[in-house]
Design a binder for this molecule. Structure first.
Ligand SMILES: Nc1ncnc2c1ncn2[C@@H]1O[C@H](COP(=O)(O)OP(=O)(O)OP(=O)(O)O)[C@@H](O)[C@H]1O
Ligand SMILES: [Mg+2]
Length: 350
């Protein structure tokens, strides 16, 4: 096993001409951690990863590994291995030679190369495919070949940019389990870029949510799901994401659509708020917020019920098909502990 690194980004600013794509990114990643950068397209994830790798210059801030400033170091001097979305395998080489390539570059003796290649191939379960060319592999096998080529060097930092995005849904789910196990067995610090929140939620020790070139929140998957720091994070996480409705705090009481909501805690100072409730926490009931059924979506195991509340659609997830019909008048209720309250103006959690 290799020694793994701690990594930090401090005040990273990146501009492309007049456009700022990273606005002061700060991150501290612990040795051995599986850390996900999660955010929508264009939010700055790949740029951040490339800056970590030393592949892309930045305008302000510094990058450290184990407390040492590596900002001026090139990718070859950072002891990192990166797997790109397009695996970038050499098509004319065998799988064996592809995996061996980084070791031959550093002139490792032949017998050591052979042992390392076979060990890496076994770990990702492609040891029976070593004589093939990449073109003779399935997408999932190519992906594992790219992983083997990255782990064979025993890097101290492993950077992965949407490595599973070319796989179909079933293979993606299987491979993410394998990848997580592989990372645990190697113990190597891993930064994993994805726009797929399920991937980030299931694999990562911690997640940084990227929105518009800024980190909106850092936390464990549980923290990010249970206590989103702001309405933009709340609106991004969950499938479907949290419902957000205008609400009011008046004399210490919270109400939505004219209906008082019971909270287990004090909702904070009087004024306009945004009230968040996850679809799975809402139930159709005979009391609560009034609305009208708009659509029932049957997803097989669960149903999503769209309810119109004061001109806005609210989504409810139910475990079984609800006995309601379009246009029917209903009420929505939820436990006080499931209600999130955000400041209306700043969007920050109260
Ligand atoms: N060479 C460039 N010139 C100008 N703008 C760029 C350049 N490269 C990237 N950008 C911009 O920087 C922003 C961040 O890009 P980045 O590739 O980091 O996003 P991302 O979060 O990885 O997105 P995706 O999920 O689509 O891969 C985007 O708005 C992109 O258009
Ligand atoms: Mg990207």
């Amino acid at each position: 096993m290799t020694e793994s690194a701690s990594v930090s980004l401090e005040g990273i600013v990146k501009r492309h001409g007049a456009v700022t794509v990273l606005h002061g990114v700060d991150l501290a990643i612990a040795p051995g951690e599986f850390f996900a950068l999660l955010g929508p397209s264009g939010s700055g994830k790949t740029t951040t990863l490339r800056i970590l790798a030393g592949l892309e210059p930045h305008d302000e801030g510094r990058v450290t590994m184990d407390g040492i400033d590596v900002t001026q170091r090139g990718p070859g001097d950072r002891d990192v291995a990166m797997v790109f979305q397009s695996y970038a395998l050499y098509p004319h080489m065998s799988v064996y030679d592809n995996i061996a390539f980084p070791l031959r570059m550093v002139a490792m003796p032949r017998a050591e190369v052979d042992a390392a290649v076979r060990d890496a191939a076994v770990r990702v379960r492609i040891d029976h495919l070593l004589d093939r060319r990449p073109g003779q592999l399935s997408g999932g096998q190519q992906q594992r070949c790219a992983l083997a080529r990255a782990i064979v060097r025993k890097p101290r930092l492993f950077l992965l940019d949407e490595p599973l995005s070319n796989l179909d849904a079933k293979l993606r789910m299987e491979t993410r389990v394998e990848l997580r196990k592989l990372q645990r067995s190697l113990g190597v610090t891993t930064v994993y870029v994805t726009h797929d929140q399920e991937e980030a939620m299931t694999m990562a020790d911690r997640i940084a949510v990227f929105l518009d070139g800024r980190i909106a929140q850092v936390g464990t998957p549980h923290e990010i799901f249970e206590r989103p720091a702001s309405t933009p994070v709340a609106a991004f996480i969950g499938s479907p994401p949290m419902n957000l409705l205008p609400g009011e705090v008046h004399r210490g009481r919270l109400s939505v659509a004219g209906t008082p909501l019971e909270l287990a805690r004090h909702p904070g100072p009087d004024g306009p708020v945004t009230v968040g409730v996850r679809p799975g926490a809402l139930v159709l009931s005979d009391h609560g917020i009034p609305g009208q059924i708009y659509l029932v979506e049957d997803l097989g195991e669960t149903s999503i019920v769209d309810v119109q509340v004061e001109g806005q659609l609210v989504k409810i997830r139910t475990p079984h098909r609800p006995g309601v019909h379009e246009s029917e008048a209903v009420h929505l209720s939820c436990a006080g502990s499931a209600v999130h309250v955000f400041d209306r103006n700043s969007g920050l959690r109260r």
